[in-house]
Design a binder for this molecule. Structure first.
Ligand code: ADP
Length: 322
């Protein structure tokens, strides 16, 4: 019988609860025990763990956030911090760990697995969808749906007032939320960190839109765009193009919350179950991914070293349909 510890770590994402539930139920099915670590690696260092029972995960699949809470831990980046965490895990007889988080959390998982010499498996939980080795990460679909719903509302007011809106979505290093949101809302343009933004080009496109009687528009800006966020881009465009009234909306943390979409619940369920299957097969230091509809296992080293690439086809689709 194994005694598995499960934690959520780094940025929170809708669907993490569904993933915890899947880990717990799949482990119970094997006759294993599961300990829940509160507040990610920081909780591990502070020995903030509980023995999970069926009651803990009952009625959680639909809830946003993570009931185990999440955190970032500077201390876990040090050998001393990790040794404290390892001593608490050893005292409890933990012999495997499932980490639900992003690439930072998986770097921590690599160190933990090496230094404690136990298997550690990861489930990709991040709204950014930037992890190599899986088509989608837990929380991404919900975040995109939240952004789309918000932009649809903005579109109504933009149309009524003949305004050009710059809507900032999350994505400090990755433009995946911006790209899919942009396609789904029919945006006039999408500005992302992976491509260079030329304000002159954007302004001249908008000028030709204006000349052809287009009187409202939506530009989606990822927060990490090279020209700065939506406020900065809107300012620069407005200077060059004063006749079109511009407005800015920063969507911010609403993209992290809310009930997970059906897609995220199903993905999280498959990944949580996949993590226990990986442990059962004797795998370690792998991330569970879903690629082309199949559950796959990607070594942490690969998942953390490479970045998911933006599809040129999807970028072109924005241009083709504008
Ligand atoms: P995410 O998992 O969402 O990418 P972070 O990058 O903040 O979020 O990472 C979460 C936590 O993982 C960090 O606060 C830290 O405790 C741990 N971590 C990140 N990188 C390392 C590393 N190189 N070594 C050990 N722990 C790490």
């Amino acid at each position: 019988m194994k005694h598995v510890a499960v934690l959520t770590s780094g940025g929170d994402a809708p669907g993490m609860n569904a993933c915890i539930r899947a880990v717990v139920r799949s482990a119970f099915r094997e006759g294993w025990k599961v300990a829940g670590v509160y507040r990610g690696y920081q909780g591990m260092i502070e020995n903030d763990l509980i023995e999970i029972t069926q009651d803990h995960v009952h009625n959680t699949i639909h809830r946003g956030g993570t009931w185990l809470k999440t955190a970032r831990s500077e201390e876990f980046m040090t050998v001393e911090g990790r040794q404290k965490a390892i001593s608490h895990l050893r005292e409890r007889g933990i012999d495997a760990v499932v980490v639900i988080g992003g690439d930072g959390s998986f770097r921590g998982a690599i160190a933990l697995s090496k230094e404690m010499n136990i298997p550690v498996v990861g489930c990709p939980g991040t709204i950014d969808n930037d992890l190599f080795g899986t088509d989608f990460t837990i929380g991404y679909d919900t975040a995109v749906n939240t952004a789309v719903e918000a932009v649809d509302r903005i579109r109504d007011t933009a149309t009524s007032h003949n305004r050009l809106f710059f809507v900032e979505v999350m994505g400090r290093d990755a433009g995946f939320i911006a790209l899919r949101t942009g396609i789904a809302v029919g945006a006039e343009a999408v500005l992302i960190p992976e491509t260079v933004t030329y304000i002159e080009d954007l302004s001249s496109k908008l000028a030709s839109d204006w000349a052809s009687q287009r009187r409202s528009g939506i530009i989606i800006v990822a927060e990490g765009d090279d020209q700065g966020g939506a406020v900065e881009v809107a300012k620069q465009v407005q200077e060059r193009f004063p006749q079109w009234e511009t407005k800015v909306t920063v969507l911010g943390h609403i993209q992290r919350g809310g009930h997970p979409s059906a897609l995220d619940r199903i993905l999280a369920s498959r990944m949580g179950h996949g993590a226990i299957q990986a442990l059962k097969q004797g795998l370690s230091s792998v991330m569970v991914g879903v690629k082309a509809g199949q559950v796959v296992y990607i070594p942490f080293e690969q998942a953390t070293k490479h970045h998911s690439e933006i599809s040129p086809y999807l970028l072109d689709l924005i241009e083709a349909l504008r």
